[in-house]
Ligand binder design. Structure first.
Ligand code: SF4
Ligand code: SF4
Length: 180
């Protein structure tokens, strides 16, 4: 079949030779239309692509819907660790808080001191993208607080946070109530 004979019928696979020519000897493969020689099954490529796209959408859409879109832009370069003793409450791994906010990981957020952040903004100047870190941490603090009240944060994580002095005064009542 040549290009002049019109488009192929729906449901009928093209042979390689009938794919449209881009350059002499180079055929333009139709998207998802002729994958029989490129995967173990006819649909393997389609399934793999669906998985990749779903993972990407989950990474991007989740923070967007939760009102914490800036977390998407973090490179995870860890330049913000240079804050060091300029963080008044001794948080040393700010990027961990950003990533925890992106994926909604309460344990990771608490473990790295997210609930004791006072949102002073000192770390923001060390971010290579000048991301609004205090705002991002505040959003995640409120989400964590709601999860604590709803009882969806594991008690051992809260108890450990209390023991290690990782809970700020704004959240201490909720945490104590949740573990008692
Ligand atoms: S905003 Fe939070 S993490 Fe950043 S320096 Fe201030 S207290 Fe530390
Ligand atoms: S410096 Fe900014 S971009 Fe890099 S890890 Fe920290 S928050 Fe993310």
């Amino acid at each position: 079949m040549s290009d002049r004979e019109g488009p192929p019928k729906i449901g009928v696979k093209r042979s390689d030779a009938s794919q449209p020519l881009v350059l002499p000897g180079i055929h333009r493969y139709q998207f998802f239309s002729n994958l029989k020689d490129r995967g173990w099954t006819l649909n393997l490529d389609r399934v793999a692509l669906f998985g990749i796209v779903s993972a990407l959408l989950a990474t991007v859409i989740k923070p967007l819907l939760r009102g914490n879109p800036a977390t998407i832009y973090c490179y995870e370069c860890r330049a913000c660790y240079a804050t060091q003793d300029r963080c008044p409450v001794g948080i040393s791994l700010q990027a961990e808080l950003v990533v925890a906010g992106r994926v909604l990981d309460y344990n990771r957020f608490i473990r790295n001191g997210g609930l004791k952040c006072i949102r002073c903004g000192n770390c923001q100047s060390y971010c290579v993208q000048y991301l609004p870190l205090p705002k991002m941490f505040e959003v995640m603090q409120q989400e964590t607080k709601q999860a604590i009240v709803a009882g969806t944060v594991p008690q051992e994580s809260l108890a450990q946070g209390l023991e290690q002095g990782l809970i700020g005064k704004e959240f201490i009542d909720d945490v104590v109530k949740a573990v008692s």
